[in-house]
Design a protein around this ligand. Structure first.
Ligand SMILES: [Zn+2]
Length: 166
């Protein structure tokens, strides 16, 4: 991709078993540093991972290749389809569901989502969802929390897609 990323590979992934990627799930790490999240993802014992982690300063870490199924959503359902890990890309923002995100993190998540939407046209701005939207049973997860600016992020992604596809 055109965006600079730092590889920090996780062993926690498996095959998508043929499922096509058509949505993005936004999370927070529930940590205040990228190092804490990355070391958790690097541990086979954690059994968790995501495709990307966005640090407070906007640095992007890549933990699982997009072609593989990262382990971020857990028990989940989107529009009647269960096991959202099969068909999603997971992005983690360093921070807490109860906290706020930095402006550069939001700029970076918009940029990364635009890049992914361009490369996977089945992902529309409406198919960028939060972990709290898809976790089952409902209420199991609260991330990315009330301070994630959904309307602004989706609007900025739409504007940028319109501009680049014009
Ligand atoms: Zn989550």
């Amino acid at each position: 991709m055109a965006i600079a990323v730092i590889d920090a590979w996780s062993p926690n992934y498996n095959s998508r078993s043929g499922a096509a990627i058509d949505c993005i799930v936004i999370h927070d790490t529930e940590s205040d540093t990228a190092a804490a999240a990355l070391s958790w993802f690097e541990s086979p014992e954690s059994q968790v991972s995501a495709h990307y982690v966005i640090d407070r300063d906007g640095a992007i870490y890549r933990c699982v290749a997009e072609m593989f199924r990262a382990w971020h959503a857990g028990s989940s359902e989107l529009e009647g389809r269960t096991d959202v890990n099969d068909f999603s890309l997971g992005i983690e923002l360093v921070g807490f569901a109860t906290g706020t995100y930095t402006d550069v993190q939001i700029d970076t998540v918009v940029e990364l989502c635009v890049d992914l939407c361009l490369r996977y046209p089945a992902i529309t701005a409406a198919r960028i969802v939060g972990h709290s939207d898809i976790a089952t049973p409902p209420g199991r997860k609260t991330d990315p929390g009330p301070h994630f600016p959904w309307d602004a992020v989706r609007a900025r992604v739409r504007i940028e897609l319109d501009r680049r596809l014009a």
